[in-house]
Ligand binder design. Structure first.
Ligand code: NDP
Length: 331
């Protein structure tokens, strides 16, 4: 399969181009809003076609699929254009800035018979898949609670729109909390219904955008999940715990882009470390996307999953603003 990149982004450069190539696909075109950036990005990443005009990429009949990793406010329009041009879409999270827009994107792809996926890479981690299997096989009994530790230090080269531009979809919630929501949905096979949250700002963000958030999600099953997401935690480990009636899954160093981390099962018999076969999270996502295009599988995270994580993120934003528990308005 041949890919076009919509967005000359850091994530494309650092992770996605190599993942696409590692699974045997090729990257043949890139579009940036800026001519010079498009050219430099193409040359430094060995991409043949570059342009500041999205139509040039979309009119290339050799491009089968597009990967959208522009700033968040641009995803919707670019996805709709790509779908109209008959391209399959792997879109970055958050899919859009409103649920209506996300629904429109996913429906457009569905109506056109095209694959639409969300790049929620954390589902592809060996750690989270082992936790999902442990929950499904009843190893911890009935899951009652979860704790997500996703407080990290935003590197200086990413301290731009993420901490400054609400209109472009910045802020820690649409950046990180959406990943928590998706990872919990994947592990628990359950959906969030209501959230509460408090935010903090001013440590990195000088525009009032939240750069840290703590809150609680309540799931359909009754499970409650506590989350801490941050751009400002310089010396904190990430982790995820699922506490059940018969045992607890304790995962450390797992809310990350890297194929690393550990998971232990703690129960009446003691503590047992699970055996994990780590894989590149992005390669897994793009390999499965290829299977979806071939009609053999669903994407690792579908458009529907992207709508759920966005709905949860928007509810967390609203809960923090209002100070009240807020329903997750997925529909
Ligand atoms: P970047 O800020 O690196 O890229 C976003 C846009 O900013 C690019 O499309 C580019 O615009 C512009 N840009 C990038 N670098 C420069 C520069 N040096 N000077 C001027 N403009 C620049 O963001 P990320 O790569 O971190 O994030 C992009 C998207 O990917 C977001 O939606 C984010 O949420 C998502 N993401 C997902 C991750 C995951 O693991 N699933 C991880 C990280 C991000 P143009 O294309 O017009 O040149």
């Amino acid at each position: 399969m041949k890919w076009g990149l919509i967005g000359a982004s850091t994530i494309a450069k650092e992770w996605v181009i190599s993942a696409i190539r590692a699974v045997g696909d090729d990257v043949i075109a890139v579009v940036s809003a800026d001519d010079q950036r498009a050219k430099e990005f193409a040359q430094s990443n060995e991409i043949v076609q570059y342009s500041s005009d999205i139509n040039a990429l979309l009119e290339n009949p050799d491009v089968d699929s597009v990967y959208i990793s522009t700033k968040n406010h641009l995803h919707k329009e670019q996805a709709l254009l790509a779908i109209r041009a008959g391209k399959h879409v792997m879109c970055e999270k958050p899919l859009a800035l409103s649920l209506e827009d996300a629904h429109e994107m996913v429906k457009a792809a569905q109506d056109a018979g095209l694959v639409f996926a969300t790049n929620h890479h954390l589902r592809n981690a060996a750690s989270h898949t082992a936790m999902r299997q442990a929950v499904q096989s009843g190893l911890i009994g009935k899951p009652l609670a979860a704790r997500v530790f996703h407080a990290v230090s935003l590197p200086p080269h990413l301290q731009g729109w993420r901490i400054a531009e609400g209109a472009e979809g910045g802020g820690v919630i649409l950046d990180i909390t959406v990943h928590d929501a998706d990872t919990l949905r994947y592990i628990l096979n359950d959906d969030p219904v209501e959230v509460t949250a408090f935010t903090q700002t001013g440590v990195l963000s000088k525009t009032g955008l939240p750069d840290s958030v703590m809150g609680v999600m309540r799931f359909k099953s009754g499970l409650i999940a506590q989350f801490h997401d941050s751009f400002t935690a310089k010396h904190a480990d990430t982790g995820l715990e699922i506490i059940g009636t018969e045992g607890t899954l304790v995962a450390r160093n797992v809310m990350t882009q890297k194929p690393v981390g550990e998971v232990s099962l703690v129960n009446a018999q003691g503590t047992r470390k699970m055996i994990l076969e780590h894989v590149n999270l992005y390669e897994s996502g793009f390999r499965q996307f290829g299977e979806a295009v071939a009609g053999r599988a669903q994407p690792a995270a579908t458009g529907h999953d992207g709508i759920w994580s966005l709905a949860t993120g928007i509810a967390v934003v609203q809960a923090a603003q209002s100070g009240r528990a807020t329903p997750v308005a997925h529909g």
